[in-house]
Design a protein around this ligand. Structure first.
Ligand code: HXC
Length: 517
């Protein structure tokens, strides 16, 4: 028996209607703005011919106010999975051309179904957010749909990587779904994200504001910290998704894709010395140090525009994938503040969840002193760093380059917070506080009586640096593993990582620690 041709014809027509509902003129207009259609985004993500759609024919059945007879192709969201190379990834994309991609109960069912599929099969989820929010006609059904999505976000959190791409409007409570995911990418020109927009703010508070001030990609990437990566346009966002996933395992039970076939390069690198300023008070450029240390000089910075006094990101050491945490002395002298503490704590926990080793590069004068910092809760925020590092059980290698003072020495993954190996350069200074501040307290009377106070203070500070704060002092108390030459750093880290990759650390069983938030 052969299948009746009209059955095939009907299927083809139905598919065609759902897949190609956007006219060529409208598609061209989207492209002109740097936007792709929902299907183009999904197709761009996956290797050709590997995407399998879930629920293309699904649609709402309840009779909602004003919706009788309205056709909503795929109910405004494309969901399914495909391959990127050998890795399967789940994805969904809201379709703005269908009722502004608004979310109702069926759309939420489709989204949560693909998320459940991802958790069952242990694969990452990529979510393109492009939506006018809750579908107004569906009322409480739409709200319930959002609740279902949030619940699924939390269920998946810590099990499979979740990446949100905000590439259109993302308004109201809808913005909480990206906020519950591991990484948020936002496109510069065409997206905005807020809980209450300019109009509501004006109505409720009387204050006039703009979308740029409360909801733009730039603002979220540099001020609020809600966004981890900025993309120029949709295509750039897709490329970024692939780049991020190249550092992550598919789920929390697997290791990231290290390339252990790469041989450890133990050649000394004298070029490192040139990056260290002559004077200990001149700032060192940590960006240059990192790029000199890692494979091909490549780091994928996370939160690159936010709290720039610290640098966090993914890189490789002789094929081993790591999360790098580093102070940046070129910004605020590298002091830790409220936002820096949040940035580091969050990144450390992300690495821990996905079994990524941590390399911490330390040149830190302390926590930033200030009324705003104390009133803003620097104790609580700084404690997040302590909690995150101490809870992290992946391999942890720390390098003390120069300043390592006080609480910030501990907070930047000291041995006491669980670093497996701590190496110090001969230029490292490890002390309760900086030498200038210390001599002012310790030698107040002597300095008051000195003929040339400044010269005597400088002399005492030098002695203090050489004796009390010297890395050999810390090494003699066995607080550090070894003192190394800067030119040995790359090889030392690479070797230490290979040796600690198999690390297993058992902790007392509990629901979860009570991290300060
Ligand atoms: C139903 C919607 C819709 C929505 C837009 N549309 N938003 N339909 N529910 N939420 C429809 C429009 O009526 C229009 O239909 C089509 O989608 C395109 O919308 P336009 O307004 O013409 O497009 P544009 O000018 O580009 O503006 C896009 C927009 C704007 C900025 C998203 O539509 C907008 O502000 N919409 C409302 C946003 C909002 O307030 N959502 C609720 C947020 S509260 P036609 O038939 O004319 O083509 C929320 C609560 C969630 O989400 C709580 C979770 C906990």
């Amino acid at each position: 028996m052969t299948i009746k041709p009209e059955l095939i014809e009907t299927l083809r027509k139905r598919r065609e209607k759902i897949k190609n509902h956007i006219s060529p003129e409208k598609l061209e207009a989207l492209h002109a703005k740097g936007l792709l259609s929902a299907r183009e985004r999904i197709n761009g993500l996956f290797d050709e011919g590997t995407f399998q759609e879930l629920g293309m024919h699904a649609k709402h059945h309840a009779v909602y106010f004003g919706m009788e007879g309205r056709e909503l192709p795929a109910d405004g969201v494309i969901t399914g999975s495909g391959y990127m190379g050998s890795e399967q990834v789940a994805a969904y994309c809201q379709d703005f051309s269908v009722m502004a991609g608004s979310l109702g109960k069926m759309q939420a069912r489709k989204i949560t179904r693909i998320m459940r599929y991802a958790i069952k099969t242990g694969i990452p989820v990529v979510a393109f957010k492009d939506s006018g929010g809750a579908r107004i006609q569906e009322g409480v059904d739409a709200l319930s749909g959002y609740g279902d999505v949030f619940y699924a976000n939390v269920l998946l959190s810590g099990v499979v990587p979740q990446i949100a791409v905000v590439c259109g409007p993302c308004a109201g409570g809808a913005a909480y779904s990206p906020a519950l995911m591991d990484f948020v990418i936002m496109t510069r020109k065409n997206s905005h994200m807020f809980l209450t927009g300019p109009e509501v703010i004006k109505a409720v508070t009387g204050r006039t504001t703009t979308m740029a001030e409360v909801g733009s990609a730039e603002m979220h990437a540099s001020v609020s910290g809600n966004v981890h990566f900025l993309a120029e346009d949709d295509q750039n966002a897709i490329d970024l998704v692939k780049h991020i996933l190249s550092f992550l395992p598919p789920n929390n039970t697997e290791d990231p894709p290290h390339d252990l076939s790469v041989e450890i390069d133990d050649t000394p690198d004298p070029g490192m010395d040139e990056l260290i300023p002559d004077s200990p008070t001149d700032p060192l450029d940590m960006q240059a140090i990192i790029r000199r240390l890692v494979d091909n000089g490549e780091i994928l910075e996370v939160h690159a525009s936010f709290a720039r006094n610290v640098i966090v990101g993914f890189a490789r050491f002789c094929g081993v994938i790591v999360g790098i945490v580093a102070n940046q002395p070129m910004v605020m002298a590298g002091a830790l503040d409220l936002n820096a503490a949040d940035k580091v704590a969050r990144f450390v926990r992300t690495c821990n969840v996905f079994n990524i080793p941590l390399v911490t590069l330390v040149d830190v004068p302390g926590f930033l002193p200030g009324v705003e910092q104390e009133r803003g809760g620097i104790i609580r925020h700084g404690a997040k760093m302590l909690h995150a590092y101490a809870s992290c059980t992946t391999p942890k290698i720390s390098i003390l380059l120069r300043k390592s003072y006080g609480g910030s020495y501990l907070a930047m993954c000291s041995q006491e917070l669980g670093a497996d190996m701590v190496f110090a350069w001969p230029t490292a200074e490890i002390a309760v506080m900086g030498s200038e501040a210390a001599v002012k307290i310790l030698y107040r009377k002597e300095l008051d009586q000195a003929e040339d106070r400044a010269a005597r203070a400088a002399e005492l500070a030098q002695d203090y640096r050489n004796e009390f704060a010297s890395p050999y002092e810390a090494a003699s108390n066995f607080y550090i593993t070894d003192v190394i030459e800067p030119c040995e750093t790359r090889a030392t880290i690479a070797l230490a990582l290979r040796k600690t990759l198999g690390k297993r650390e058992l902790r007392p069983g509990k629901k979860h620690g009570n991290m300060p938030l």
